[in-house]
Design a protein around this ligand. Structure first.
Ligand SMILES: Nc1ncnc2c1ncn2[C@@H]1O[C@H](COP(=O)(O)OP(=O)(O)OP(=O)(O)O)[C@@H](O)[C@H]1O
Length: 247
C-alpha cells in the first residue's frame, strides 16, 4: 500500500534522510524508532509532503505522491491522516469544531460533518467534552481531539509523529490505548514514529530502526529486541533488559 524508494532530503549540509526505502502493507502497523535527529520526522513529513523531498518516490496505493499537483495532493491528504507531537488544534474552536473544520473545508455538508465529528469524538472517549476549547482540556484529551480530527476522513493511512512525546507520562497511556485499538481494528495502515518501547513491543507488526537517515534494521518486535543485528538494535535491547531488570 505504501512503498517508499530512495527518499532523500538535505537541509543545507545536513543529509536528514538518505536514500531511504520502506514499505507498509494494508492494515499493517509499522513503528519507526531511532535516535534523536536520525530523520524520522522528516521521513514521515515527506510522505504527505509537509516537507518536499529532494529525491525519491512515495507510492501510495499505486500513485506517486511526489508527482502530484496541488489539488491532487489536497485530495490525497484526505486519505492520509496525520497526528503531530504538538496537537496543532485551533485555540478559539471547540473540540467539536476542530474535528468538523477539515470535513467542512473538504466540502462535507455541515450536518453530515457534525454527525461524523460527534461519532468520532465519542469513539475516542470525549463525548462529554465536545464544547470544550483546547485550553480547557488536558494534554491527553487535546491529543485525542487531534486523533479524532485525523480519523474524520476515515483515512487509509495514518501517520503518527511522536504522538505522546509532549504528554505527561500519566497521560501517555490514554493515547496509546486508542492507538492500540486502531491498530487492532486494522481499518487503516499505521506508520508510527515513537520512542514508546512498550507500545512498539506490544502493538507493532514490524519495527524499522533508523540511523543517520537510513533504515538499518527491520523485523518483528521479538526478532529485533531479542536478536538485534544493528548497533541501534543492540542499544534498544540493552534498554529493554535494563527496564526488565529494574522492575
Ligand atoms: N526544517 C529544518 N531545517 C534544518 N534542519 C532540519 C530541519 N528539519 C530537520 N532538520 C535536521 O534534520 C535532521 C533530522 O531531523 P528529524 O527531525 O527528522 O529527526 P528525528 O529523528 O525526527 O528527531 P527527534 O527524534 O529528535 O524528533 C536533524 O539533524 C535536524 O536538525
Amino acid at each position: 500500500m505504501l512503498e517508499i524508494r530512495d527518499l532523500t532530503k538535505d537541509f543545507g549540509d545536513i543529509r536528514a534522510v538518505d536514500h531511504l526505502a520502506l514499505h507498509a502493507d494494508k492494515g499493517e502497523t509499522v513503528v519507526i524508532m531511532g535516535p534523536s535527529g536520525c530523520g524520522k520526522s522528516t521521513t514521515i513529513r515527506m510522505i504527505n509532503r509537509l516537507v518536499e523531498p529532494d529525491f525519491g518516490t512515495v507510492f501510495f496505493d499505486g500513485i506517486d505522491i511526489t508527482g502530484l499537483h496541488k489539488n491532487e495532493l489536497l485530495a490525497m491528504r484526505k486519505r492520509i491522516g496525520y497526528v503531530f507531537q504538538h496537537f496543532n488544534l485551533i485555540a478559539r474552536l471547540t473540540a467539536l469544531e476542530n474535528v468538523m473544520l477539515g470535513l467542512v473545508m473538504g466540502r462535507v455538508s455541515y450536518d453530515e460533518a457534525k454527525k461524523r465529528a460527534v461519532a468520532i469524538l465519542e469513539k475516542v472517549g470525549l463525548g462529554r467534552y465536545m464544547d470544550y476549547k483546547p485550553s480547557e482540556l488536558s494534554g491527553g484529551q487535546q491529543q485525542r481531539v487531534a486523533i479524532a480530527r485525523a480519523l474524520a476522513f476515515e483515512p487509509e493511512l495514518i501517520l503518527w509523529d511522536e504522538p505522546t512525546a509532549s504528554l505527561d507520562p500519566i497521560l501517555v497511556r490514554e493515547v496509546l490505548v486508542i492507538m492500540e485499538e486502531l491498530a487492532k481494528y486494522r481499518a487503516s495502515t499505521m506508520l508510527v514514529v515513537t520512542h514508546e518501547l512498550s507500545f512498539a513491543l506490544k502493538v507493532a507488526d514490524r519495527i524499522l530502526l533508523m540511523n543517520k537517515g537510513k533504515i538499518v534494521e527491520s523485523g518483528k518486535p521479538i526478532e529485533i529486541f531479542t536478536n538485534p543485528q544493528s548497533t541501534i538494535g543492540k542499544t534498544y535491547k540493552d534498554l529493554i533488559d535494563y527496564q526488565m531488570n529494574t522492575i
